[in-house]
Design a protein around this ligand. Structure first.
Ligand SMILES: [Zn+2]
Length: 509
């Protein structure tokens, strides 16, 4: 079955930073796992949200034409993904003509159904946020984000009646308590919905020069919620999928946009008579040397490609997923990441491969036939490690499926340790000190087969390293399928390469 995974549609008022890359990594790991596990289609959607007065103002401040400004921002994201080994299938832009038409059609449906009406919004407006705040949301009369005074504004606006769908959404959360991963967010959204009626939501702006016009009333532009959220639908339709395929969609989002995806988006979909997505996966934030990544703190706006220069493409991806569970916040200290990458990828994994395959080439000319072992002759320690590996791979599979990528890394590390332990305990290098040749052949054959399974299981997290190791074993990822019970296969190895070099301290951030 097709699995559809989305990153957020990123706001295009600046260049991509580590926070964006993190969403992209999570989505790409999920996509690679899916294609490995199911051999089915999987679609990764990303894109840029390019409308709004703030973007027009930023472009003006840079003395650039606004179309040029958003083209450059979109280009920056489009260039970044392949540099990080992230492979989106669809890159959607909210300034595309195709999207424009879809949004106007959605608007017409919602308007004709009576969900949207023309009214007034009176409230505390923050220009920086382009958003109204209720009095209780203000801090000393100021915007909670910008700490700047808001303006009491009354403005003609179209309003959306969220309340009409509150009960339906409550029932959805009651029926699918795991709709949001981790599921404590489902409980908090349910609590929020059960507190009482939802206020009407302002869904248009006057005086915004840069947006999609409201059909039949071009004085108004459609506000970002509807414009940006429905770009997921635009992307599906552009890829030739059906509207109903929304129910196969998993949205990867940062916790800052939870409410838009957990309340507004499903309500808009219910109103438009469309299916709800399959799941929301929430991730936390990163700080860099203790500082929150933000535009107002340029030191933290380190480019993800600067980090891959220091840590390698596989290294950065692996370390970010290895360091903390997705939903938690984490802090980046480059030297700590290097230690983690050196310990797991260089020392535990690549080193085991190199040592084993060097022996296979030196003493068996690169070839060991699986017929040298069978159930009767296989030693207990080999039988044990094979069974153990099968059990752990099954757990890893389940954890990948549940988006518990941190647990995946812990299980992989544990399995690597067990495989290293097996190899070292059996001291196959003592072949030149008179160790039994058949026993060494068994050790090397079993180890190579374990390495093959490890490379497959690591693949979503370390695509380059895994591809390189599988290539040495004469396999490629496309022909490998995830399996937890594996048959010992013959091996034929031509080289014993170094697959991953230890990272040394260089420049720091
Ligand atoms: Zn603000």
């Amino acid at each position: 079955m097709t699995d559809i995974i989305t990153t957020p549609i990123f706001y295009a008022n600046g260049n991509p930073h580590l926070g964006h890359a993190y969403s992209g990594y999570i989505a790409d790991v999920a996509k690679r796992f899916h294609s490995l596990a199911n051999k089915g289609d999987s679609l990764l959607i990303t894109g840029t949200d390019e409308h709004g007065q703030k973007i027009a103002d930023t472009a003006r401040a840079h003395e650039v034409n606004v179309s040029q400004f958003v083209n450059d921002r979109a280009k920056a994201f489009q260039t970044l993904w392949p540099q990080l080994n992230i492979q989106p299938n669809i890159f959607v832009r909210t300034t595309e003509c195709f999207h424009y038409k879809i949004i106007q059609a959605v608007w017409r449906t919602l308007f004709q159904n009576g969900d949207i009406y023309l009214g007034f919004y009176q409230g505390n407006y923050c220009i920086g946020c382009e958003q109204f705040y209720s009095s209780y949301e203000l801090e000393d009369g100021c915007c909670p984000i910008h700490k700047a005074p808001t303006h009491n504004t009354s403005e003609e606006t179209y309003l959306f009646k969220l309340e009409s769908y509150r009960q339906q959404l409550i029932e959805h959360y009651q029926r699918y308590p795991n709709f949001i991963t981790p599921n404590h967010y489902s409980h908090s959204i349910l609590d929020y919905l059960q507190q009482g009626p939802l206020e009407d939501l302002s869904v248009s702006r006057v005086n915004n020069e840069w947006g999609i016009n409201v059909p039949h009333n071009p004085k108004h532009t459609i506000y970002v919620w509807i414009d940006a959220l429905f770009s997921y639908l635009t992307a599906l339709q552009r890829a030739g999928f059906n509207q109903d395929d929304l129910q196969k969609t998993t949205h990867i989002i940062g916790k800052d946009i939870l409410k838009f995806h957990a309340v507004y988006w499903p309500i808009f979909l219910l109103a438009a008579n469309l299916p709800l997505p399959k799941r929301l996966v929430i991730h936390g934030w990163w700080t860099i040397n203790g500082e929150k990544i933000s535009k107002s703190n340029p030191e933290t706006l380190v480019s993800p490609t600067d980090l891959t220069d220091q840590l390698t493409k596989d290294g950065l991806r692996y370390a970010l997923l290895r360091q903390k569970p997705l939903a938690r916040d984490g802090n980046i200290v480059i030297d700590e990441l290097k230690d983690l990458i050196n310990a797991d990828l260089a020392h535990s994994f690549a080193n085991l491969v190199k040592r084993n395959h060097t022996l296979v080439i030196k003493y068996f000319s690169g070839v060991i036939d699986s017929s040298i072992i069978n159930q009767q002759t296989l030693s207990n320690t080999s039988q044990f490690i094979i069974n153990h590996c099968g059990q752990i791979l099954k757990k890893i599979f389940d954890q990948y499926k549940a988006y518990e990528f941190y647990q995946v890394t812990l299980l992989l590390k544990g399995l690597l340790d067990s495989c290293n332990h097996y190899f070292h305990k059996r001291t196959p290098w003592e072949i030149n000190k008179g160790k039994d040749r058949n026993e060494v052949a068994e050790t090397c054959l079993v180890t190579s087969n374990l390495i093959r399974q490890l490379a497959i299981a690591f693949y979503p997290l370390t695509p380059n390293l895994s591809t390189s190791i599988l290539d040495e074993l004469g396999d490629d990822v496309k022909s490998c399928q995830w399996q937890s019970r594996f048959q010992i296969q013959s091996i034929e190895i031509n080289h014993a390469r170094s697959h991953f070099s230890k990272l040394y301290p260089k420049k720091t951030l």
